[in-house]
Design a protein around this ligand. Structure first.
Ligand SMILES: Nc1ncnc2c1ncn2[C@@H]1O[C@H](COP(=O)(O)OP(=O)(O)O)[C@@H](O)[C@H]1O
Ligand SMILES: [Mg+2]
Length: 222
């Protein structure tokens, strides 16, 4: 489902070149979940934005659901993103003027699917049936992230990415959110790549990989 071969990515800042990804290899089977851990600044977000086709690698190959993303034009890439993946961010990224229900409906309406029932069901599945008409500003952080997870799950995409989805939450809420996310992707048989700073949350995934020195290695014990 997701295949990365020898992915390289550097950032240039003035005269300095920072080699962030130095040959990353990863294979995630359909329906499997992988957690990626690593120190702050190790390149986890860079790797995720490459995998989610938001940023191109300097070299290497990325295949999503059988399609070589590195060979696509910008518009083909946009279409691939739209059909294949959904993303959950640390900062939730909800539209402040929209209710919980409207936030979940928005990407579905863009796709032209029957939005209302699907969105309401997704919010129900994350325990938010009683918050459908609340605005993000009227929700707790944990509830906001549950809306963002419902939004990602409701989209009919086989792949879900999450970049530190619990980074702005307290530990207890973070644990609940991680369990909810894993349950949601397993029920819907989605493929998940979860970036997390917390090894305890990473344990919920099928497999743990560590990003260190620009390469991914399997974390022992999982
Ligand atoms: N757009 C950018 N331009 C220059 N350097 C960047 C950019 N994005 C990230 N970096 C650098 O790349 C490294 C990895 O960053 P990041 O992927 O955000 O790490 P992590 O998510 O693991 O904390 C850091 O040293 C960061 O400063
Ligand atoms: Mg990051």
């Amino acid at each position: 489902m997701i295949q990365l071969s020898n992915i390289m990515k550097s950032y240039r800042q003035g005269a300095t070149v920072v080699d962030v990804l130095r040959g990353v290899n990863l294979e995630v089977a359909a329906g499997a979940s992988v957690a990626i851990v690593g120190a702050s600044g190790s390149g986890k977000s860079t790797l995720l934005s490459v995998m989610a086709c938001m940023d191109r690698p300097d070299s290497g190959r990325l295949v999503l659901n059988g399609r070589d993303a590195t060979a696509l034009t910008e518009s083909e890439l946009a279409q691939l993103r739209n059909r294949q993946l959904a993303i959950v961010f640390q900062s939730f990224e909800l539209v402040p003027a929209f209710t919980a229900l409207e936030n979940v409906m928005l990407p579905l309406e863009i796709r032209g699917s029957a939005a209302h029932a699907v969105a309401a069901e997704a919010l129900h599945s994350v325990g938010l049936s009683h918050r459908l008409h609340h605005l993000p500003g009227q929700l707790s952080g944990g509830e906001e992230q549950r809306v963002a997870i419902a939004r990602a799950l409701a989209q009919d995409t086989p792949i879900l990415f999450a970049d530190e989805p619990t980074g702005n939450l307290d530990r207890g809420t973070g644990s609940e959110i991680t369990e909810m996310l894993l349950r949601g992707v397993r029920e819907r048989e989605k493929t998940l790549v979860l970036v997390t700073h917390d090894p305890e949350f990473a344990r919920h995934a099928d497999r743990i990989m560590r990003l260190d020195n620009g390469v991914l290695t399997a974390e022992t014990g999982k």
